[in-house]
Ligand binder design. Sequence first.
Ligand SMILES: [Zn+2]
Length: 477
Amino acid sequence: MKLYPTIGLEIHAELLTKSKVFCTCSAEFGGEPNSRCCPVCSGLPGTLPVLNKKAVEYIVKAGCVLNCDISRFTKWDRKNYFYPDLPKAYQISQMPRPVCLGGYVDIVSEGEPKRIRINRIHLEEDAGKLVHEDSTRQTLADYNRCGIPLIEIVTEPDFHSAADVTAFVEKIRLLLQYAGVCDGKMEQGSLRCDVNISLAEKDAKELGTRAEIKNINSVRAIGRAIEYEIYRQTELIESGERVVQETRRYTDSTGETVAMRSKEDAQDYRYFPDPDIPPIVFTEEELEQIQNDIPEMPESRRERYINQYGIAPNETESILNNKAVCFFFEEAVKYYNNPKSIASFILVELMRRINTGEADMEKLPFRPKDLARLVEIMDSDKINKSFGKNILCTMLETGKAPDAVCDEENLWIKEDLGQAEQVIDRILADNPAVVEQYRNGEAKVFGFLMGQANRQLKGVAAPGVVKGILERKLKEK
Ligand SMILES: [Zn+2]
């Protein structure tokens, strides 16, 4: 019996609004516990929530980049449950009329193109956070996260492997980042993933009993949790036992999932329309305006990079897979129109320093304009190209512009042709045997002479100029 996994996802993404979804408290990550809350988001009776327009705009953008239909009429519901991280004992969410319906995302999983369908995306408020103090055996509640706008993306059960899911999560994360609606920082919980997974025989009419793994917060952990769950359920089924419908938690240190609680059904929440938040009716103009405000997506950038800029496909992917790198690159190209050269310098020299932790892409001490200028002077004969990486290191340390670094470290090539001629004459005079070999047709010794000349003329003349003089002198006499 070959068992076949079927997986569906619920992805929660915190929106990048400045304030929370129903009050004006800051929606920024972190902060002293309970310093970013007010009577509205801490759920005191008698308060009146007011919907944040930006949050609505952001979910519409998310829906557009995930190919959803945007509902012209949308409304809010109360989802009732008690939990200590939810002080008002209900969450404002959307049940029958979410902002986005339908939709899809195309992925490539293990070399195969696949289309994953999206069922719906709705807007809701995030809950607070419970902090368990092991030492005192106490649990503390931090309500700073209460009321941060959250979108829940619900997919159809279109995944059949861990690879499908990780490819999809990476893609969703990137699209939301490009759209500017979520920072995708899984380690900070701004993108979290619940995985529903069941196993059945490949052509079985019904799906098997599913387990839900809650709140997994890295792409790698999602992959591992699914692999483990496939293994666990396979063992159960093959030994004749039953898979129980339940919510499980994944622990990264063991790579295993453990049971948390048996799964409630949706009806338990007693959804009903929220009387405080009026429904929204979008006009076509409003939707069009929001749509026009969405930045260019990776797909169309890819097209331009490869066909117009002539950047290699693998380099193109490396740029596109990191929004900060991509935006920095495009800004730099505005100042020096040589995308290929800029791309290769960013990917080789700058990324090396980012990957080793010497620099942080989001906190670079210089502007794209400065990097463009560095690549430009490297491409010209104004400095010796090999100084480029040292100049970059100084820029990273000091934030200085490349011209200033070259001035201070005296790196400009002086173009002193008189001195270049003299030095080359001396090299030829010092190496009569090599010169003789060259004139007898052994062209390969040219490299040796060129190496000598470049070493002695560093900072005096550009390599191209040195080469010209050397060739001329070898032909003379
Ligand atoms: Zn508040």
